[in-house]
Design a protein around this ligand. Structure first.
Ligand code: G3I
Length: 365
């Protein structure tokens, strides 16, 4: 039994690395789009050699899952903590991987002191310093920035964030203007979830047009892609690729994961502020992913990648939100302590059926 599992592991490793067999993700899609993953602190520090090897083999882009968020990188008014971001840049250079920096302006994960700023002038000063200091430090070192993250409500109106309240609706134009000035060699993106949905998509299009009309550069839009394996909104995704690319900007899928667990709500959100309590039936697969569910997920991933390939050139990056099922945020959101299986690699870093299906879209389109 042990012999057999060693053999299987060896074969899978060979399949992932051997030149004649299955190509890796970054190799398979090298002429189509970047393939990214959300990288966490342990992975940046290469604490786990197996994870480090897998990232290096499989991915051509990384997005820091948390370490460039304001709470971590700018913890006090005049205090910046660049240690991990600097390590990330060095790591990416060494491994020939592009960094999408995430993110400059987001209402969530703000340090406490920002919430306590109560006058508009001080918030504007913070906003200007934050963007200018961080974006200029990494200009030419990171490939791109998510300049603003999640500024829209589901109906396409602007979220009532501290930035909207104190700086007014033009804070978005201002964020891109400051980023453009500080990071002239870096691509600048707007990133949000559910912007493939018609109303929110219309809001995002209006927002991007407004930034463009102000003469400010916006290079692309990131559709996050936190969907459910049995309910991927394919028609809306295709319409979004067409409509966003018609604005002359890149389209990316920036936080892709296809969860397989029951949804506690009727709606689909990726708002980290919304959580739910556990109850019977909400964690159905603690011991492993059933084949029938793995099949549904593998088909959904293949359908998506076939669509992405149809629009290659317009779609420029696909980033998975994590390396493997064990590290996904979806094990703890919206309900803590569940066992989810949303990614292409399992908890032992082995490729799942979904992985092989994704690669096959390239081999037999
Ligand atoms: O760093 C603290 C640590 O000091 C503390 O001991 C620990 C205790 O819970 O918490 C740690 O912080 C957590 C952090 O992740 C780092 O692990 C936060 O509680 C936790 O809320 C945070 O969750 C992240 C979440 O964004 C909120 O920032 C997830 O890892 C991350 O995957 C998720 O990513 C977001 C994207 O940025 C934007 N789009 C949605 C996506 C999923 O929510």
């Amino acid at each position: 039994m042990i012999q057999r599992s060693i053999l299987v592991t060896t074969l899978l490793t060979a399949a992932l690395t051997g030149p004649a067999q299955t190509p890796t993700l970054r190799e398979a899609f090298k002429d189509d789009f970047l393939i990214g993953m959300a990288i966490n602190t342990r992975q940046i520090e290469e604490k786990d050699p197996a994870a480090a090897r897998l990232i290096q083999q499989q991915f051509s882009a990384v997005t820091p899952e948390n370490i460039m968020k304001a709470e971590i990188i700018h913890p006090g008014w005049d205090v910046y903590n660049f240690d991990l971001a600097d390590k990330l840049v060095a790591y990416a250079q060494k491994n020939n991987i592009k960094v999408n920096a995430h993110n400059l302006i987001w209402h969530s994960q703000l340090p406490g002191y920002v919430h306590r700023i109560n006058n508009a002038d001080s918030l504007r000063t913070w906003f200007t310093n934050h963007i200018t200091t961080i974006a200029s430090r990494y200009d030419g070192k990171v490939y791109s920035w998510d300049v603003v993250n999640e500024a829209l409500n589901e109906d396409g109106t602007l979220r009532n964030s501290v930035f909207l309240q104190k700086l007014g609706p033009d804070y978005l134009i201002e964020a891109f203007r400051l980023a453009q000035k500080a990071a002239p060699h870096t691509k600048l993106y707007y990133n949000d979830y559910n912007i493939e949905q018609p109303k929110k998509r219309a809001g995002a299009i209006a927002l991007i047009k407004k930034i463009q009309a102000a003469g400010v550069r916006v290079d692309g839009v990131g559709i996050q892609g936190h969907w459910r394996a049995n309910n991927v909104p394919m028609a809306d995704i295709e319409a979004s690729i067409r409509e966003f690319s018609a604005l002359g900007i890149e389209v990316m899928f920036t936080e892709l994961d296809l969860g397989v667990l029951p949804n506690p709500w009727d709606n689909t959100t990726a708002d980290v502020g919304q959580t739910a309590a556990n109850r019977a039936g909400m964690n159905p697969y603690p011991g492993g992913l059933p084949d029938s569910v793995a099949d549904i997920q593998a088909k959904a991933y293949a359908d998506l990648f076939r669509l992405f390939l149809k629009y290659k050139g317009k779609v420029t990056r696909i980033t998975f939100w994590g390396l493997d099922d064990g590290m996904s945020w979806l094990n703890d959101w919206p309900i803590r302590g569940r066992t989810n299986y949303p990614l292409l690699f399992d908890r032992n870093y082995q490729p799942k059926k979904a992985y092989f299906n994704v690669i096959a879209t390239k081999q037999q389109p």
